[in-house]
Structure formats: structure tokens, C-alpha cells
Design a protein around this ligand. Structure first.
Ligand SMILES: NC(=O)c1ccc[n+]([C@@H]2O[C@H](COP(=O)([O-])OP(=O)(O)OC[C@H]3O[C@@H](n4cnc5c(N)ncnc54)[C@H](OP(=O)(O)O)[C@@H]3O)[C@@H](O)[C@H]2O)c1
Length: 272
């Protein structure tokens, strides 16, 4: 059984559909299920016993609790939590006001963390569970003019890897799904800040390069779906599941170099 956030479009829609095809019971959540994509409305109509559309604003505590309660009431368990919902924003650190930094972290970090805290007691009781956090290649790259987004994803990456060492003895594993650029509604909904004069020149270069990359980004989300399925199924999962072409292609040797860092957490907790 999988509880998935941010299913109104993009990766969340594709992942919810794929997990249903794999035989999972799914609670596909979104802020407003009335606006659910037709693909998911069709699955819910065809298989109402195993596929449910439900409201969830990840920044709202009551909404998080209600979605978890609904899932447990309906299916009695949560095997996989997929924290997919997220927002983006471009802007220099100086041009990005505190309110936007906070909104970014509320959505991309604190919401996922609080959902994890809600499902962990159940997963511990089950003696099994898998938590998939959709981060981004930006979590490692630390792209300029995207400090708030990269910061939120970097923090989620760190929290995920720490969590995985804390909960593995309960049978609960936490992993990052780390996509590169794909053509979703993320850029259209991005909370961009215009560059102030001192940043205008390099921001213009960045924006034109990044716009070009987004324009040529793949529209087929299969690599992300496959990464999510592997992250959910692998018996001893990796820390991070990269998905995509450019600039994800540079990741494998970097991730391989970082992999031994997990041993430190295992050593510190006597789990090596
Ligand atoms: N596209 C990429 O190139 C890319 C690359 C790396 C990582 N990612 C990550 O992939 C994840 C999915 O993004 P996407 O690319 O598929 O973009 P998307 O199509 O814009 O999907 C984002 C989803 O997040 C939801 N959302 C935003 N704020 C929310 C909130 N407060 N509560 C609940 N749901 C909320 C949106 O729902 P509403 O319809 O309610 O706004 C939407 O369903 C994000 O975490 C993103 O950072 C994307």
C-alpha cells in the first residue's frame, strides 16, 4: 500500500499510476482532488477498492493527519510513503525574501518530515516500511539562483540518509529518488524572483541556459517511475536513486564516491 503526495501532475501522477499497475493499493493525494488528472480519476473509477484520491496539503498539519488517518482507516497499513510534492523557485539569495525561503522549506522539507513522523509509528509496528523522498539532482549540484530550492532538497537528502540509519533495525528504510530535469509543471509554477540590478547580468545568462535545458528536458517520466519502483523494491536499497539524462549522467561516480559515507552512520550506531 502506497501513500503518495503531489499527484495532481508530473512525477506524482506517473508514480501513482505505475504503483497501481504494480498491484499496490494507492492513496494518491493532492491539494484539490477535484482537479485530479483524468488518468488518475479513471483508475479511481475502475478500481475504487484499491485506488483512492484524497486531499493533502503537505504544509498543513491537520491535512497531513487527515490523509494518514484516511489511509489507515481504508487500508489498515502503509507500506510505502512517497514524499513527491514540491515547489521550485529561481532567484538570488539576496533577492529571495524570508517568506519565500520559509514557504520552500515548509513544502519541500518540513511537510515531508512531518508526514514521515506520522507514519513511522505504524511502520515500526508493522516491522516494515519504505519511505521515498523525491529530492533532486539540485540537492547535490547547488545551482546558483536556486539556493532556496537546492537548500530544501539538500536538507531532505541529509534527513533521509540519517533516518535510514535510525530506522533500518525496525525494518523501515528511507531512500532518495533524485531526478534531473524533466518537463513537468514545476517551472510554470516556480515562484521566481526577478534579479535585482547587481545580479542582472549573470542571472540572465543563468536563466537563458536553464530555460534551454528545461525546454529540452525529457517528457517521458519512465526513468523517475523506474527509480521509484526500484527504491521501493530493492531489498537493500541504495541511498539515492538518480533518474534522468543531463546532468544526471555525471552522478554515478559522485554517488559511488559518497556511498562509503553511509558506513560512518552505521559505525556510530553499532550497526556495522
Ligand atoms: N521536474 C523536474 O525537473 C524535477 C527534477 C528534480 C526533482 N523534481 C521534484 O519532483 C517532485 C514533483 O515535481 P514535478 O516535477 O512532478 O512537478 P509538478 O508537476 O509541478 O508537481 C508538483 C506537485 O507538488 C504539488 N504540491 C505543491 N505544493 C504542495 C503542497 N503544499 N501540498 C501538496 N502538494 C503540493 C503540486 O500540486 P498542486 O497541483 O496542488 O500545485 C503538484 O502535484 C518535486 O518534489 C520536485 O521538486 C522535479
Amino acid at each position: 500500500m502506497a501513500l503518495i503526495t503531489g499527484c495532481s501532475s508530473g512525477f506524482g501522477e506517473a508514480i501513482a499510476s505505475a504503483f497501481a499497475s504494480e498491484g499496490y493499493e494507492v492513496v494518491a493525494t493532492m491539494r484539490n482532488p477535484d482537479n485530479a488528472p483524468e488518468s488518475l480519476k479513471a483508475i479511481a473509477a475502475e478500481t475504487p477498492d484499491s485506488f483512492v484520491l484524497a486531499p493533502l496539503d503537505v504544509t498543513d498539519a491537520a491535512s497531513r493527519q487527515a490523509a494518514v488517518d484516511l489511509t489507515v482507516k481504508r487500508f489498515g497499513q502503509i507500506d510505502v510513503l512517497i514524499n513527491n510534492a514540491g515547489i521550485g523557485a529561481r532567484g538570488s539569495l539576496e533577492d529571495t525574501p524570508e517568506a519565500l525561503w520559509r514557504k520552500m522549506f515548509e513544502t519541500n522539507l518540513f511537510g515531508p518530515i512531518e508526514l514521515i513522523r506520522l507514519v513511522l509509528p505504524l511502520m515500526r509496528e508493522q516491522g516494515a516500511g519504505r519511505i521515498l523522498n523525491v529530492t533532486s539532482v539540485a540537492a547535490l549540484l547547488k545551482t546558483p539562483f536556486m539556493g532556496a530550492y537546492c537548500g530544501s532538497k539538500h536538507a531532505l537528502d541529509a534527513a533521509t540518509i540519517a533516518l535510514d540509519t535510525e530506522t533500518r533495525s525496525f525494518g523501515v528504510r528511507a531512500v532518495c529518488v533524485m531526478p534531473g530535469p524533466f518537463k513537468t509543471s514545476l517551472p510554470a509554477n516556480s515562484l521566481d524572483r526577478e534579479a535585482s540590478e547587481p545580479y542582472a547580468k549573470i542571472a540572465a545568462t543563468f536563466n537563458s541556459t536553464f530555460d534551454g535545458m528545461e525546454a529540452h528536458a525529457p517528457e517521458d517520466f519512465t526513468p523517475v517511475v523506474e527509480a521509484a519502483l526500484a527504491a521501493a523494491h530493492d531489498a537493500d536499497p541504495d541511498m539515492r536513486y538518480p533518474a534522468g539524462t543531463e546532468p544526471v549522467k555525471i552522478l554515478p561516480p559522485i554517488l559511488e564516491a559518497l556511498a562509503p559515507l553511509r558506513k560512518i552512520g552505521l559505525h556510530l550506531t553499532g550497526q556495522d
